[in-house]
Design a protein around this ligand. Sequence first.
Ligand SMILES: [Zn+2]
Length: 72
Amino acid sequence: MAGRKTGADSAKIEPLRPPRPCPICGKPSDRKAYPFCSARCADIDLNRWLKGSYAIPVVEEDGGTTPDDGID
Ligand SMILES: [Zn+2]
């Protein structure tokens, strides 16, 4: 009764997804607030986004220069 290799390698269990640290505080992320560790950090990130979006100047492109329609 020899030749069966069981148990030796079964201890190696790799997680499907490596836990991501929270981008705000670096703690392990939580499922509920993924990819953040908590709703609080998600809120902080959201506020950063909102502030950032306000800081970005809006550039509207009209699709190039359009010639006037014969205004004399
Ligand atoms: Zn966090």
